[in-house]
Design a protein around this ligand. Structure first.
Ligand SMILES: *Cc1c(COP(=O)(O)O)cnc(C)c1O
Length: 392
């Protein structure tokens, strides 16, 4: 099997699993208990908190554990909206956010908030001028992702943070794709809130965190016990949090070499696909791009068919269509960068990890060439296109 869907989820690293194991049936005490098996677990949780805080240049009291990236995004947006609605009801975000942000914004619109969805250019970059122009006296929150999960484009986060700070507006960033892949410093980028998720950097699924800058007024997400400084009730997911901390330490420690390796394979894949498969388009920014992201549109074919045929060869990727209510919708991200719906439907994302190899890249390119040619051979659109071309 060749696994190139690491933007969807990653393999939990064996050393992360090892770190988690004792916390299931050996150290199972409730972290809030007074006996030592409980307080030892509280220590393990706080060690994970310190590890993550250090990576971000944050204080450990600014890290709040959640059940993943979607929960962190929901919390940041809903709770900030509630806490700051006395100041205003306007939120700025972009058209290319993850659905955890976009659908939360739509929910807030129903609750009386106004949301500006910024356009992006053909590479997926937000315009700082358009951001500045969108700021109003009643703007309370800017939520712009650190890097996009589909096309890999890295946004100008420190410039966005500077604009937010200048206007006294909270800045939240969905860094689920960036944490563990790119260096992030919350002070340098003026980030007030940041979401991340364990399973995107070789940690366990269903656990993540929200960084909340000290002094930011934010409401509790879940009400109940006093866990997470009263802000997120519920007995802690101790094995998950320990795994999250171990994965964060591992990701930070290996970041440079992993990124260099992935970039090498990424650029090799991009180079070969562009030169060997006609009528394709690279999606996302060429340089400001996540190390492991490759995203192409192939004209005259369906990405879903391509994926199924890749799967028959043991290759895992993902397509630029999302299955919503049984129908295939073209990706909102690819539409936002200006692709016509039919080209968005012909898109495939390959997202790498450090486990991928050049040999795998070669196999994937050969299969892509063969499958794209085969699918085009069956496409009436392609036949028409060739005829029109022949007739000049
Ligand atoms: C995966 C992802 C999420 C959701 O994270 P979960 O932990 O799966 O809930 C949010 N934002 C981005 C950019 C993602 O890639």
């Amino acid at each position: 099997m060749i696994y190139m869907d690491n933007a969807a989820t990653t393999r939990t690293a064996p050393e992360v699993v090892q770190a988690m194991l004792p916390y299931f049936s050996q150290y199972y005490g409730n972290p809030s208990a007074v006996y030592s098996m409980g307080s030892a677990n509280k220590k393990a949780i706080n060690e994970a908190r310190r590890t993550i805080a250090a990576i971000l240049g944050a204080g450990q009291e600014e890290i709040y554990f959640t059940a993943g990236g979607s929960e962190a995004d929901n919390w940041a947006l809903k709770a900030a909206a509630e806490a700051y609605c006395g100041k205003g009801k306007h939120i700025i975000t972009t058209k290319i956010e993850h659905h955890a942000v976009l659908h939360t914004c739509q929910y807030l619109e129903k609750k009386g908030f106004e949301v500006t969805y910024l356009d992006v250019d053909q590479d997926g970059l937000v315009s700082l001028e358009e951001l500045k122009a969108a700021v109003r006296p009643d703007t309370i929150l800017i939520s712009i992702m650190f890097a996009n999960n589909e096309i890999g484009t890295i946004e100008p986060v420190s410039e966005i943070g500077a604009i937010a700070k200048e206007h006294g507006i909270l800045f939240h960033t969905d860094a689920v794709q960036a944490f563990g892949q790119l260096p992030i410093h919350v002070d340098e980028c003026n980030i007030d809130m940041l979401s991340a998720s364990g399973h995107k950097f070789n940690g366990p699924k269903g656990v993540g965190f929200l960084y909340i800058r000290k002094g930011v007024k934010i409401r509790s997400l879940l009400h109940g016990g006093a866990q997470e400084r009263n802000r997120r009730a519920g007995t802690e997911n101790v094995p998950g949090i320990v795994g999250l901390g171990a994965a964060a330490a591992r990701a930070a420690g290996t970041m440079e070499e992993r990124a260099a390796k992935e970039r090498g394979i990424r650029d090799y894949l991009i180079g070969r696909i562009e030169s060997e498969i006609p009528y394709c388009r690279l999606n996302g920014h060429r340089k400001k791009r996540l190390p492991g992201n490759v995203n192409f549109s192939f004209r005259f074919i369906e990405g879903e068919s391509l994926l199924i045929m890749l799967d028959m060869k043991g290759i895992c990727g993902s397509s630029g269509s999302a299955c919503t209510s049984g129908a295939l919708d073209p990706s909102h991200v690819l539409l936002a960068v200006g692709l016509p719906p039919e080209e968005a439907h012909g898109s495939v994302r390959l997202s790498l990890s450090e486990e991928n190899t050049m040999e795998e890249a070669d196999i994937v390119v050969e299969e892509l060439k063969r499958i794209v040619a085969k699918l085009r051979g069956m496409s009436p659109l392609y036949e028409d296109f060739l005829k029109r071309n022949q007739n000049g």
